[in-house]
Design a protein around this ligand. Structure first.
Ligand code: USQ
Length: 400
């Protein structure tokens, strides 16, 4: 299939380009390299060194015998999106090209407005360009499990049957996102659902959990094929942060009581699931929702697993609860469905500890690099709009 990846330079996009090419798909890519700029703005860098796109593409061709048709461009530039879609005529578009950080969107008005403008307008440009150039293509849109929030009832995959005042309907399950970033994904979902309804487009909206992992097998040993791995307070996800902390002897930071439950999945499972969605498109006019995660874990449970695996590798790993900079429940019910991908053949990686061991070994090779940026492990972006650190955080990093 001809697959266009928007956001090909990112954590998922660069891995997906390799995973799909290795399976015989023809890949094209778009990126404006904003992720590199955002992480630099936070004062950090990827723990795993990453190369320029020019160097990446040379390595790609050496390994796979072909390279993606890659263009530097902005999804907010409608003419650019229109022209590229018209020319490439994709069978599937994987839209990963959004600002992905909840804390970044909560810094101030500027960051919140920017996040929603970038994410919502980029997706609108994408669906309009699809309508006018490749209406039969399949839009695989990266949403987030965070769209649902943490309701005190089970979470279905997008829709649920409801009986209200004696009448029944199948309606979108209520969304209760927890940051302006997560709300941008809700707005995208609504716009895509509407575009499918009125224009007959087809889309899979992926409600993905929190991803962790440093590599997939397709990358081999070539450092130029490795994907980025962030650990700063904004762009680092929980387990990736825990592993980087473990490597440099920084306490693993559990926010609040640390009993937030989320769906987590290794990077290699994310690749498998996205590929299953691409290879099994919905009908024309169908908008379907997949909840994409391997299993639900409590963040403390994962921190303790990192501690255990770290100790086996000789690391001195401390786990500490700190004041939660976010406004979220840290003790709650959480039971989302995730049948759709399993029905398509998803085989989850159940050995989380083996994955953590690979991660810790990979990251131990970059200990000095992580240590250099260690201050970014400490969260000071708070949901109440202030940027201050608690006494405990001052003790960890008095310099900031
Ligand atoms: N957490 C800690 N300590 C940390 C970092 C996070 O306890 O050092 C907690 C957070 O408070 C939260 C949970 O771990 O309750 C997950 O936090 P996260 O930063 O790993 O994930 P989140 O902000 O929810 O966002 C990430 C990705 C985002 C994606 C989302 C999927 O950055 O793009 O949409 O995971 S989900 O969480 O299912 O909404």
């Amino acid at each position: 299939m001809r697959v266009l990846i928007a956001g090909m330079d990112g954590y998922l996009g660069w891995a997906l380009a390799q995973y799909l090419t290795a399976r015989g798909h023809e890949v094209a890519g778009i990126d404006r390299f904003l992720r590199r700029e955002w992480v630099a703005e936070i004062g950090s860098d990827s723990a795993i060194p990453i190369y320029s796109m020019a160097e990446r593409l040379i390595a790609f061709e050496e390994r796979f015998g072909t390279r993606p048709d890659f263009r530097v461009g902005d999804l907010l530039d409608y003419d650019f999106v229109y022209r590229f879609l018209a020319e490439f005529q994709p069978d599937a578009i994987v839209h990963l090209g959004e600002m992905p950080s909840a804390p970044y969107s909560m810094i101030d008005a500027h960051h919140a407005v920017w996040t929603q403008t970038n994410n919502v307008m980029g997706t609108l440009n994408m669906v309009f360009a699809m309508r006018d150039t490749c209406p039969n293509a399949h839009l695989v849109k990266l949403g987030t499990m965070g769209e649902y929030g943490t309701p005190n009832v089970d979470i279905p995959e997008g829709f649920f049957e409801i009986e209200y005042r004696g009448r029944k309907d199948r309606l979108p399950f209520p969304r209760q996102a927890g940051s302006f970033y997560h709300w941008s994904k809700v707005h995208d979902s609504n716009n895509i659902m509407f575009a499918c309804k009125i224009w007959g487009l087809r889309s899979t909206d992926i409600m993905q959990g929190v991803v962790f992992g440093t590599q997939i097998d397709e990358m081999g040993d070539d450092p130029r094929l490795r994907t980025r791995l962030d650990f700063d307070q904004a762009f680092g996800t929980a387990v990736n942060r825990f592993c980087c902390s473990a490597v440099i002897g920084h306490p693993l930071t559990l926010f609040g009581r640390g009993h937030q439950k989320r769906g987590f999945l290794p990077l290699r499972d994310s690749m498998q699931c996205l590929t299953l969605a691409i290879e099994n498109p919905p009908e024309a006019g169908e908008y379907r929702v997949f909840n994409q995660f391997e299993e639900v874990y409590d963040v403390t449970e994962l921190a303790l697993k990192v501690q255990k695996v770290g100790r086996e590798l000789g690391l001195d790993v401390e786990v500490r609860n700190i004041e939660n900079p976010r406004a979220e429940l840290d003790e709650h019910y959480y039971n989302p469905d995730h049948e759709h991908l399993l029905n398509l053949g998803y085989q989850p990686t159940h050995d989380v500890e083996a994955e953590l061991q690979i991660m810790l070994r990979d990251l131990m090779a970059h200990k000095d690099r992580i240590n250099h940026f260690r201050d970014v492990l400490i969260p000071d972006i708070r949901w109440d709009g202030t940027r201050r650190k608690s006494a405990f955080l001052q003790e960890l990093s008095p310099a900031r």
